[in-house]
Design a protein around this ligand. Sequence first.
Ligand code: GLN
Length: 252
Amino acid sequence: MDAAQFSLTIYHLFPDLLNLYGDKGNIAVLTKRCAWRGIDAQVQALTEGQEPDFGGADIVLLGGGSNREQLLLSRYRSVVAPPLKEYVENGGVLLAVCAGFQMLGTSYEADGEQIDCFGILDYQTVSGEGRLIGNIAIEAELGGKRMVLAGFENHGGRTKIGDLRPLGRVICGFGNDGESGYEGVVYKNTVATYLHGPLLPKNPELADFLIHTALQRKYPGTFAEGLSCLDDSAEQAAKNFIIERELKGDNK
Ligand code: GLN
């Protein structure tokens, strides 16, 4: 099969509510990296009020948002949580960023206000004193590959993931709760993280992990050798610049 015979459908969940910090940039990276390889990628937005059906989804994205928007979204919980849980349990590829990360858990206590989250994974978020803001770098391993991921974090919530597997270890920055040294969570083919900025432009290896996993799930037995290589020198230079500046501590 040549690449033109492959196609992926990306669902952008609630772009009207969860769209903080350029989450659309993550979609642009996924579609572009597919297009550069001759793989067709279509994007579908799912907005509040629509009947969610993840049957046609190959990659699902859930972005960042304010507490107010998360509260609005929580009213939609009973409609979205069952099909989303089924998608996740069946190994669907999902990237959830910041508020999206929090919404996958069971609850978010935001400055005394209880927000019912989707309960896809068993963890909780509670807001703490002050926001955890700044550049962050983590060491992660996905699909057997070690990678350093960089992004920006800005969250009031502290997330305790219990025994679940974190996405990575914090090299610099705060991470899930500012004290555990862990960042994000990985469950089956779901990756949730506080890193945004947006996340994928600076982290092409994560974008490729999502694309590759989605292709292998949709077309079993294909892409055993991985995806064709792209020139990521500009992306890596952007990432390294941030990491080096943070580690040197001269970012003021
Ligand atoms: N509203 C959440 C918090 O403040 C998430 C923020 C975000 O998505 N950046 O913790």
